[in-house]
Design a protein around this ligand. Structure first.
Ligand SMILES: Nc1ncnc2c1ncn2[C@@H]1O[C@H](COP(=O)(O)OP(=O)(O)OP(=O)(O)O)[C@@H](O)[C@H]1O
Ligand SMILES: [Mg+2]
Length: 371
């Protein structure tokens, strides 16, 4: 299938996921970008904020061989990498039977990643990083793995050991998932009884590969190049120094995100995805990184989030029974809507505009009723 048709599939899946998953647009974009870049993605957030729902939905979209596992401290390597062959043991050989297990999967979901024991993590590290596996016979084979998605309730802390820090670094894309913030989001959560995504297409590993190749060929615009270099300089000044591997891979990450957004070159606004790439330590650095990118590249997606947060705080602070108050709020929402209308290059603009228009309508109705 030509890459453009696959791009349509990605865009359809993106819409369908966003239609059921509440306030997860950024996470959806991130996992789709990860799939395109074929770089692993880790979501960290409190229990019940839709991490598994999103990652399961993503894996239900992809064809190919899949492997999901929920780690506990007691998960043994056999559950992940397959049991040791008894027939081979009789011949004094130690070989794992990997049928249906992680080493044979195209797409992998590791839930509660940081609960895994060292025995599991050590092997996993090699699979994630070098994409090879030794079943025990001393032969290092390439694994078909294209993408590993993972979730956790908390970050690995430096005191929990080197392995966890190392495994955390294997995930190029890392993002905190926050609980639902907006009022309408909460209403949908409460009163819509089904939240699982209904996806009208599936994507095969070959199609993912074609998309991966097409995305990697997206050229970088001059402004975006300069912006990326400026971001790295500014980050260093702020004490954030992502490793060389991260910096190198950031180039492909932005290309994948640009391709997902239908662009034919990487522009500054596409650098917003690097807010989940260009930092090392999860304490404070993600915020610094997002701020620096917002300042230098002023990406559309970040601007949308900022404007929507403004809308939310205007609504929360408005007493609709007070006509002057309501009029002021309506004017502010109108202003936000105008600003949104001036933005482009991000699939979320239209959705955000219709949300603000809806809120404006509701505000006007409420103040008429109250009068
Ligand atoms: N943003 C959301 N959109 C839609 N449904 C949601 C959202 N957040 C939570 N839910 C609802 O809550 C349920 C629990 O979410 P899920 O199991 O994905 O959480 P989780 O983040 O994986 O939690 P845990 O860390 O405990 O594994 C979902 O099946 C869904 O019904
Ligand atoms: Mg979960």
């Amino acid at each position: 299938m030509p890459a453009d048709r696959v791009r349509e599939k990605f865009s359809q899946a993106r819409k369908e996921l966003a239609a059921t998953l509440i306030e997860r647009d950024e996470e959806i974009d991130l996992v789709l970008t990860a799939l395109l870049a074929q770089e692993h993605v880790l979501l960290v957030g409190p229990p019940g904020c839709g991490k598994s729902l999103l990652l399961d939905s993503l894996l239900s979209w992809t064809g190919g061989k899949k492997f999901s596992i929920l780690f506990t401290r007691f998960t043994v390597p056999e559950e992940c990498f397959g049991p040791v062959s008894l027939a081979a043991l009789k011949e004094d050989r130690y070989v794992r039977v990997t049928t249906g297990k992680l080493p044979e999967a195209d797409f992998v979901f590791c839930d509660e990643l940081f609960k895994a024991s060292s025995a599991v993590l050590n092997t996993l590290l090699k699979i994630l990083n070098e994409r090879v596996f030794d079943a025990g016979d001393g032969v290092v084979r390439k694994v078909p793995l294209k993408l590993c998605v993972a979730a956790s309730n908390e970050w690995a802390s430096p005191d929990t050991g080197k392995e966890l820090a190392a495994i955390s670094d294997r995930f190029l894309f890392r993002k905190v998932v926050r609980p639902i913030m907006f009022r309408v989001g909460r209403e949908s959560l409460l009163w819509r009884r089904r939240h699982d995504a209904v996806l009208s297409t599936t994507v095969t590993p070959d199609e993912v590969h074609a998309a991966h190749v097409a995305a990697a060929a997206v050229p970088w615009g001059k402004d975006a190049k300069q912006a990326l270099e400026a971001i790295l300089v500014e980050l260093a000044k702020e004490g954030v120094r992502p490793g060389d591997r991260r910096q190198f891979k950031a180039v492909r990450a932005a290309q994948a995100y640009a391709w997902l957004n239908g662009a034919d070159e990487v522009r500054s606004e596409h650098l917003e995805v690097l807010a989940h790439v260009l930092w090392d330590a999860p304490e404070e650095q993600p915020e610094v990184c997002a701020k620096v990118i917002a300042k230098i590249a002023n990406p559309t997606g970040m601007r949308i989030t900022q404007l929507l947060l403004e809308v939310e705080s205007v609504i929360a602070a408005t007493d609709v029974r007070n006509l002057a108050d309501a009029a002021k709020a309506a004017a502010k929402l109108g202003e936000v809507e105008k600003q949104l209308a001036g933005l482009s290059g991000n699939g979320r603009v239209e959705k955000a505009r219709s949300y603000v228009k809806d809120q404006l309508k509701k505000l006007k109705l409420a103040s008429i009723e109250a009068a």
